[in-house]
Design a protein around this ligand. Structure first.
Ligand SMILES: [Cu+2]
Length: 768
């Protein structure tokens, strides 16, 4: 890709005004003046580092298909921006898109108005306008920047943001801060439009699982000897389990799936400055040339620690030092997606490629079994008395073949070696050092100011995989107001993850201390990854006025409303937000959007289908049927409902039924309750509710305004095999239906069904 990085460094002399003051003050002693001017020009000389960023639509081809993306200065990722602590950043953003945009400087401590969150810290940068971000660089370390508008981050708007230490910095570390470094930004690519990815996630489409080979159908369960596991899983109302939501065609290091940095030679030590710019992917990091030494996390120094591998959460950064042990070998640095479906490599050095071991596939049914054990019938996770925190106990270990052995041979091997499950684990685990947060220690003291008030917050990370609702304390951003904090106080946040997925929670504008047992040397971070059932505590001193976003950094979780805003009491108004009320209203609109889905069956016996609009709590759905054979006529049922409770199993609704149809025989029917039935000519309002029962069966009770009652049981999408789905419906109007559907691709299926009214039909199932 073309690089058009306009970078211009200018020196700014101390202002004449400062000089004048100094001059007047020290008039009497000219020698002192000269000395002082010299010293202050050294101390105050600010370098203004200027960048121009041109944001523009582009076409890319990562997979053989040409797709739309967004490039900045003609490149993906966005250019690496480099500064030295003490500089002033002056970044002109030229929005050449036909949509608004914004840039957030991730992990930076800066004046709130430059934080880059549209409708919170600034208004969106309108199409074909230029916006200036100008702020002092008051920290050092590996950070990154990305769009905070909509889903733009997914299609190219991410880049490295490096702030170097001054040589005179007392924390400057020889062998760490003065060795060659390589900025690395990890990302992913999907051929689908990110809006479509978001929509599909909300509609519980299992297309991504089909693409990944992780459907966990009944056939696959039986083959793996896990039929009972699968039944128990559905009994507890869970869908197939996965460690990540989205299928990606490619993973990328600095915009390439595979690349080489050939200049390094035997004996070299290299500092990799790694940022995870992926929208939803955690990456395992491994290296073919030996151990990796972790020296910084989220831009903050840590005491060096040697590991074999580490996982980098979405939006985290790690600095690791690797070595080139021998001549004429290119060593692979491998980043593997957490679901281990695909990976991306960078080779360091030149010569024969030395590969690192690929990570074996996950044992999903082992994971499912573990989840079954953790899940209570009411949808809450059972903490089983364990106090888990800091990623120390990775529950997913049960799925790692490299640690717990191959799926089928494990039991046999355990028997042969007369080992218990625990022996087996500790034996195999012992030789791999995996980083966790308890191993991070700040080289400097990070204690907060003493004798100031402490404000404590607790949040439960809540979620609902089936409807893809993600929240804090079961509330999304639009259902909450800003949380007020006071300047000067210490803020402590305790987070418990009661959901089934891990979440990288990110705080804007501040580094926080992660309480990890290191006392005064607790590490400073701005992202904390929290695994299911973990509790973690973080704290920071409220020292930077403004409105600061605190949110899950999985893009699709954030856009679903998983976050809060911390706002300083009695703060000065933000000049970038002329109308704060209107702006906040717009921010809230993000998680209120409705997701659309439609399905239609073109069958030999008729045409039936449904369309649905859903958001966090509301569902507007309509179904229709048009018969050709046994039943002539048309019927529609429309329901408007609201999901209640954390798990959203209960949905009361009001509805309207309209039918006109004619049967050849059997005209006077009654329902199971003996009520004369309006099956054939119905024009009725109704009220009722849906409730999701164990085995994901939906029970529906509906009362029509003429007093008729209908009870119904329904289950859709029973995963028979990888691409085969079954379903049934049964109600007290003596109607029933069974169906089988084969999924051909994302939008097309072949469906056969038997319907008590319409008879047997075979046809094409189209869905969007
Ligand atoms: Cu999340």
């Amino acid at each position: 890709m073309v690089v058009e990085n306009k970078q211009k460094n200018t020196s700014e002399i101390i202002t004449k005004n400062i000089l004048k003051v100094i001059f007047v003050f020290f008039k009497k002693d000219y020698f002192k003046i000269i000395l002082l001017i010299f010293i202050s020009s050294q101390a105050l000389a600010q370098k203004v580092v200027h960048y121009d960023l041109y944001i523009k639509d582009t076409l890319v081809n990562f997979t053989g298909k040409i797709k739309r993306a967004i490039a900045v200065n003609g490149q993906i990722p966005m250019p690496t921006l480099t500064f030295t602590e003490g500089d002033t950043a002056e970044i002109y953003v030229h929005n050449q898109l036909n949509e608004s945009t914004s840039l957030h400087w991730h992990g930076l401590m800066l004046p709130n108005q430059y934080d880059g969150v549209p409708n919170l810290t600034q208004m969106p940068i309108k199409p074909h306008t230029t916006h200036l971000y100008r702020f002092p660089i008051i920290q050092s370390g590996t950070h990154w920047y990305h769009s905070h508008s909509g889903l733009q981050e997914q299609i190219g708007m991410y880049g490295s943001f490096i702030m170097l230490k001054k040589n005179s910095d007392p924390t400057f570390r020889k062998g760490i801060d003065d060795i060659p470094s390589v900025p690395i930004i990890l990302s992913e690519w999907t051929n689908l439009k990110p809006e479509n990815v978001h929509r599909m996630l909300h509609n519980a489409s299992d297309w991504f699982a089909i693409k990944k080979g992780t459907t966990q159908s009944y056939a696959e369960a039986i083959r793996a000897g896990h039929f009972k596991t699968k039944i128990k899983n559905e009994w507890k109302r869970m869908l197939a389990m996965d460690v990540s939501d989205v299928y990606y065609e490619k993973f990328l290091i600095n915009g390439k799936n595979e690349s080489i940095a050939p200049t390094f030679k035997s004996g070299d030590k290299i500092r990799l400055r790694i940022s995870n710019g992926g929208a939803s992917t955690y990456f395992w990091l491994t290296y073919a040339g030996g151990k990796m030494t972790v020296v910084a996390n989220d831009g903050n120094d840590v005491e060096p620690v040697e590991v074999d591998r580490l996982i980098i959460g979405v939006s985290e950064t790690y600095d690791v030092i690797v070595a080139i042990p021998a001549e004429n070998i290119a060593y692979e640095f491998l980043a593997t997606s957490e679901d281990r479906i695909k990976s991306t490599s960078l080779y360091l050095g030149s010569g024969i490629k030395q590969l690192t071991n690929p990570l074996p596939k996950l044992k999903y049914f082992e994971g499912m079994k573990m989840m079954n054990g953790m899940m209570k019938m009411n949808g809450n996770l059972d903490d089983m008395g364990m106090r888990m925190s800091l990623n120390q106990m990775d529950m997913n270990v049960v799925m790692y073949q490299e640690i717990t052995g191959e799926a089928k041979r494990k039991d046999k091997k355990m028997k042969e070696m007369k080992m218990t499950e625990d022996d087996y684990k500790s034996n195999t685990l012992s030789d791999l050092v995996t980083l966790n947060y308890a191993m991070l220690k700040s080289p400097t003291k990070t204690s907060l100011p003493a004798n100031v008030p402490i404000k404590e917050f607790r949040f439960e990370l809540t979620g609902n995989m089936n409807r893809y609702v993600w929240s804090l304390d079961n509330r999304v951003i639009s259902e909450t107001e800003k949380i007020l904090i006071k300047k000067g106080e210490n803020v402590r946040i305790i987070l418990y993850n009661g959901s089934m997925m891990r979440h990288p929670m990110h705080l804007h504008g501040h580094d926080f201390r992660l309480l990890n047992g290191e006392g005064e040397n607790a590490p400073l971070k701005n992202v904390v990854d929290i695994m299911p059932m973990e509790t973690d505590t973080l704290e920071f001193n409220a020292n930077a006025e403004g409105d600061w976003f605190f949110h899950c950094h999985i893009l699709y979780h954030m856009m679903s409303g998983m976050g809060r805003v911390f706002s300083y009491e009695n703060q000065a108004p933000n000049p970038e937000i002329p109308n704060p009320k209107l702006a906040y209203k717009r921010l809230k609109a993000d998680d209120r959007i409705f997701h659309f889905m439609v399905e239609n069956d073109l069958a030999t016996n008729g045409n039936d289908g449904m369309a649905m609009l859903q958001n966090t709590r509301l569902s507007i759905g309509t179904e229709w049927r048009l018969g050709y054979n046994n039943m002539m006529g048309f019927e529609t049922e429309t329901h408007v409902g609201r999901y209640i409770g954390k798990m959203q199993w209960f949905m009361p609704f009001v509805g309207f039924d309209w039918r006109y149809r004619k049967f050849g025989i059997d005209e006077q029917e009654t329902n199971l309750f003996g009520q004369s039935n309006s099956k054939d000519n119905r024009n009725l309002f109704s009220a009722g509710f849906n409730y999701t029962l164990p085995m994901l069966v939906i029970f529906q009770a509906e009362v029509f305004h003429n007093g008729d009652v209908r009870l119904q049981f329904m289950r859709e999408d029973i995963p028979i095999s990888k691409r085969l789905r079954a379903g049934f419906m049964l109600n007290t109007d003596k109607e029933f239906m069974v169906d089988l559907r084969y999924i051909v691709n994302r939008n097309i299926g072949i469906r056969s069904h038997y319907d008590s009214d319409m008879g047997f039909g075979l046809g094409l199932n189209l869905n969007y």
